[in-house]
Ligand binder design. Sequence first.
Ligand code: PRP
Length: 212
Amino acid sequence: MNNMLTIAMPKGRIFEEAVELLRKAGYQLPPEFEDSRKLIIDVPEEGIRFILAKPMDVATYVEHGVADVGIAGKDVLLEEERDVYELLDLKISYCYLAVAGLPNTKMNEVAPRVATKYPNIAEAYFREQGEQVEIIKLNGSIELAPIIGLSDRIVDIVSTGRTLKENGLVEYKRIANVTSRLIVNPASYRLKDAMIDQLVNRLNDVLRGGIK
Ligand code: PRP
């Protein structure tokens, strides 16, 4: 695969925006790209192999070098501190990490609990605040935790705010803004610098409004 660039793409809600960005950057991606259940999609005309991964796993593929580059959320990069270079802020999939919970409630004074998909971010945040909390790691539907009494607070992604609202929760504090980033494996960056620079330049043109 040395003459091809392998790109790890995040499946799910980031996917469409990422595909749109690549198309704007001039990459000819087949129309069935979005509908396929395939996990590996080769586009030989562009010299690219796409790997479709869970968003949380993109940086893992890139760190291990099975993907040269990837599109990963800043949330995942903050949580996992992988050995990858962050090349570009793609300015897609805007959202933010926040502390939320039931309205007008204080955290338990004895052993307050925080449920989250982001244990490292949550731990670091509350440590900075000087609060000792027990972190409860969940894999999704985090908003359930305070409602059913599993935790006092959650640390989670807020995008439109609908999930919080429809579950009667409120935001207490914004922790960090999140957008998707282009990341690269350091060794790939040395070996495939021309291909990667071309990708970065084409994406940069779109980000600067050069290509519509
Ligand atoms: C994310 C996040 C929130 C929700 C926020 O969950 O964890 O639950 O989206 O979006 P909103 O502010 O637009 O409502 P996701 O849908 O990825 O599923 P998950 O619960 O499995 O993590």
